[in-house]
Structure formats: structure tokens, C-alpha cells
Design a binder for this molecule. Structure first.
Ligand code: ZN
Length: 403
């Protein structure tokens, strides 16, 4: 069979660019529109979900035509972001919302899990068209990022200005809803949250004040925070003041004016923006210690208490707090379980730790069942062989020395 010829012209995809955006830019090189390129050159009819789940046959042809690796092409659609950003693209999974947004806690120590049918994390009910006016100012590089199509970032990671709504097709005709779309700088709290989102999407981890966390945990923490901010105060117990303080600080009505609870993804775009602003405010308030929430993961946003400061007086050594190693170990294991639900490497390391010195198949099978009950996908463990030497939980924590 003859190999598919390369396109003589094709712009390189920008980091984070959506597949449809890149195909539009490729088509423009041949004075076609994307649908003509898909139909005449690639043999694919009109596709609506290019940026969600493109057919793998199309990705194969695109890889041959462009020389861009298949994995890179996959990451240009949401299917390539499973399971980091979302657990699944199947919206009929039972308990999907509980699994995603009710296992962590930041502002509220306890919440009653909500259950809804048909839900997918971060996918808005209506398509979103938002972009950075400065990025789209450059006519030679009008790439639309995939993340701009989700209610997730408020500002451009490169320019730090607000994303603005537009209609039209970048590169052909473009109209901004806000007539001039003069770039509006985002405040530091928003810019900081968005930098972390971008770090998670592009590197797979986020540096938080306490420690580095996996991108999968970061997105679940953020979604937890958004749901906590949307909890009626009557359900917040003694933490109601915490929720009120965040909303007052960011200057929007409580719960972005919602009276009935609905999941974040189906809220009107204006309410989603206010919720995201509140989430950014909450993080900034926690980090500056102006807010002291009681949620289990709130401490991730705090550095260790300051040490070594001086007021000019002779230093009085404080008595060291006794370290509760057991409590720390339990906390580390809890966090590892949350991370193992979407990180195969952590799942395998945790399994290695838990199965230490277990060799009989029955005992290992019972352990697998325990992992499954904790929501850790068993396929993550498929390459695990208990006879191989112990794999340490993390390069940094030195746990391996103890075994
Ligand atoms: Zn920009």
C-alpha cells in the first residue's frame, strides 16, 4: 500500500490547541475550510465532536499527513485528557459526581454527596467560545486553545488578561462580544489559579505551597472547591461563615445568586465566571491565612508555619511539637489513595506497598478487591508483578529505605 503523502504546508499545533482550531489553520493554508479539508482530503464527513472524541481513524490519517505524533494529536481533544481532567467521557456512569467532587474537602469538613444522572466534569451544557484577545491579535497564529472551551480558566496563561467571548471563526472573521475587547488584566488571585491550571494541563502536576500534587488531584480539588462555594449556607454548619467570607471578599452575591443547587457545569456562563472568581479568592485567602478552613486538603495551600523570624530580641527556642508519625502516615496513605484513583503509577506503588510480603494469590486477590472498593481502577495494576522488588511510593519520601 502506498503511504499517505505528507501535506506540504501545515502549521505546527500550538501547545494546548484544540484539534478543530489546528485543522482550521491547516485548511486555511490550502484556501479551504475545515469541512472541505476533512471531506475531500481526509475522507471524513462533518464531525461535531472533533474536540471531544475524534475518531481514531482520523487521527491516524492526520498523523501520517502531518508527521505530528498520534499522542500529541490525541491531547488536542478531551479524550486525551482522560483520566487526569475527567474520569470518563461517558456521562451515564453511576456516582460520577460523588466520585469526582465529594472525596476531597477544602472549605467544608463534611458535605452530603449529591447524586445526579448524566454528568461529566467540566463539560458545559452549551458550547463556549472564549479566547484571549491578545493571542488572537496575531493574524499568523490564531490558535484557539482546548481549555478555552471549558468553564475552567478565566485568563490567558501567556498574557494574564481575561478571556473574552467572541463569535465567528478565528483566521476568517472574528467579532468580540465586548466591542473592542481591549485586554482586561486579571487580578493576581485569578492569574495564580489559572497559572496552576495551565501547569497541570501542560506538565501533569501543580506546585502548591505545601508540596507538588498530581494534576488529577488538582482538578478534583478545584471542582470540590466550586461545589463547596455552591453549598447552601444551611448545609454548611459551623463553616457557613467561611463560605460567606469568600463571597463577600470577591464582591459577588452568595452562590453567584443561585437559589437552587445545580452542578457547576450547567450553570449560566456568567454564574460560572463568578464561581471561578470565588474559587480563586478562596485559594488566595487560605494562602494568606486570612481564612482558616477545616477541610482535609486545605493545608495543601499553606506553607509550613514560618520559622527563624526575628524581632531583634534574643531568640527563645520554642519547644518542638511532638511529631505524630502515625497520623502523618495515615494522612499520606489517604492522599495516595485519592491520587491512585487516576494515576496508574501511584496505584501500582500503593499496591506494592500494601502487598509487601504477600505472595499467595488469594491474599493478593482480596487486596485487589479492596483497591477496587476504594475506586482504584484494577487495569492500573495490570502490569504489577508482586515478585519484582518493591517500588517506592515517591522518589522523595524515602519510604523504600524502611522496607
Ligand atoms: Zn493570550
Amino acid at each position: 500500500m502506498k503511504p499517505t503523502p505528507r501535506w506540504p504546508l501545515h502549521p505546527a499545533p500550538r501547545e494546548g490547541e484544540a484539534l478543530s482550531s489546528w485543522l482550521n489553520r491547516v485548511a486555511a493554508c490550502y484556501r479551504m475550510d475545515m469541512h472541505e479539508l476533512l471531506a475531500h482530503d481526509l475522507g471524513h464527513g462533518q464531525l461535531d465532536d472533533l474536540d471531544i472524541v475524534p475518531p481514531s481513524s482520523l487521527l491516524m490519517v492526520l498523523a501520517q499527513r502531518s508527521g505530528v505524533e498520534l499522542e500529541r494529536l490525541r491531547e488536542m481533544s478531551l479524550a486525551g485528557w482522560v483520566p487526569w481532567l475527567l474520569d470518563s467521557l461517558d456521562d451515564s456512569l453511576p456516582a460520577a459526581l460523588e466520585t469526582y467532587a465529594f472525596q476531597c474537602s477544602v472549605l467544608l469538613p463534611k458535605r452530603k454527596a449529591r447524586s445526579i444522572t448524566r454528568w461529566r466534569a467540566w463539560l458545559p451544557s452549551q458550547p463556549m467560545r472564549r479566547a484571549c484577545p491578545l493571542c488572537l491579535n496575531d493574524p499568523a497564529n490564531q490558535a484557539v486553545l482546548l481549555v478555552w472551551q471549558l468553564p475552567l480558566m478565566l485568563s490567558c496563561p501567556q498574557h494574564g488578561c481575561w478571556l473574552e467571548s467572541y463569535w465567528g471563526l478565528p483566521g476568517r472573521y472574528l467579532q468580540w462580544d465586548n466591542a473592542e475587547a481591549a485586554p482586561r488584566p486579571a487580578n493576581e488571585a485569578i492569574a495564580c489559579m489559572d497559572r496552576r491550571i495551565w501547569q497541570a494541563l501542560t506538565t501533569g502536576f501543580v506546585e502548591l505551597p505545601r508540596r507538588r500534587i498530581h494534576a488529577g488531584l488538582w482538578f478534583r480539588l478545584l471542582r470540590t472547591l466550586l461545589d463547596e462555594l455552591n453549598t447552601p449556607l444551611s448545609h454548611c454548619g459551623s463553616s457557613a461563615g467561611c463560605i460567606r467570607q469568600v463571597w463577600e471578599h470577591c464582591g459577588h452575591p452568595l452562590r453567584a445568586g443561585q437559589s437552587l443547587w445545580r452542578p457547576f457545569e450547567v450553570l449560566a456562563p456568567a454564574a460560572q465566571v463568578q464561581m471561578l472568581e470565588a474559587a480563586a479568592s478562596a485559594i488566595a485567602l487560605i494562602e494568606s491565612r486570612a481564612l482558616l478552613p477545616r477541610g482535609e486538603q486545605a493545608a495543601l495551600f499553606l506553607t509550613e508555619p514560618p520559622t527563624g523570624f526575628t524581632n531583634g530580641l534574643p531568640e527563645k527556642k520554642p519547644k518542638p511539637e511532638p511529631v505524630n508519625h502515625w497520623q502523618r502516615a495515615v494522612q499520606a496513605i489517604k492522599e495516595a489513595i485519592i491520587e491512585a484513583r487516576h494515576n496508574p503509577e501511584t496505584a501500582r506503588s500503593l499496591f506494592a506497598l500494601a502487598s509487601y510480603e504477600r505472595r499467595d494469590p488469594e491474599s493478593l486477590e482480596r487486596l485487589r478487591l479492596t483497591f477496587a472498593n476504594e475506586g482504584i481502577p484494577l487495569e492500573f495494576l495490570s502490569h504489577y508483578d508482586p515478585c519484582t522488588p518493591f517500588v517506592c511510593l515517591s522518589q522523595n519520601d524515602g519510604l523504600s529505605d524502611k522496607f
